[in-house]
Design a protein. Sequence first.
Length: 254
Amino acid sequence: MSTLPRAALGALLACSAFFLPPASATEIKVMASVAPQHAYEELQPLFEKQTGHKVKTVWLPTVEMMQRLEEGEAADAVLISSANMEKLTKLGITVAGSRVDVVKSGIGVAIKKGAPRPDISSAAKLKETLLAAKSVSYSTGPSGVYLVALFEKMGLTEALKPKLKVIQGTPVGVLVARGEVEIGFQQVPEIVPVPGVEFLGPLPAEIQYVTLFPMMVHAKADAAHAAAAKAWMEFLHTPEAGVVMRKHGLEPGP
């Protein structure tokens, strides 16, 4: 796991006066999308040391998380894409007014390490690359939802159908690294850390889609757990935490 730059570490420790340890430490349960996982896990020990709170996170594919939350599974906080969070708030599952926009992530393209690098410098070049590819994959998360519409708009749906593999629960990069698919699409921070994969680059700017991942308190959290969850959310939104986010291919939330 990568480590926090010394300057950022010092700045975060300097913020400890803001995140004063509570009279009694609380363990919170967070249900979270996997896109920000590596940055999140690098920051978590710093937060726990400064506040005394503990964070237990359940990492889930978007479809599974929504199903479990809608079926009544409890948590103290939820980290998921903005569109899904809005639905959860309307359903009364997350607490209105508790939202913190933590990170943003664009969609990237993955190839097997050492493979020829196809041209994805423009929408037109990407289309040519996809038509020439033997196999293509994306996930069922927010990036996959967007890609379904994008491929339809680009006139690629029928051409890709026989060589397309849609996956859930496994990083697309894992399939690319194994040689099971030639080209994979997913959130950039979900591609970068996968061994055996080369991050070819982001989608061309004219067709890029950025997903915002907010975090909110779950309606079933009691006062103590809600307070600890809010402290964690605020910690993830500090400028110093943003340094770590960028290192892992993310952008801090607005």
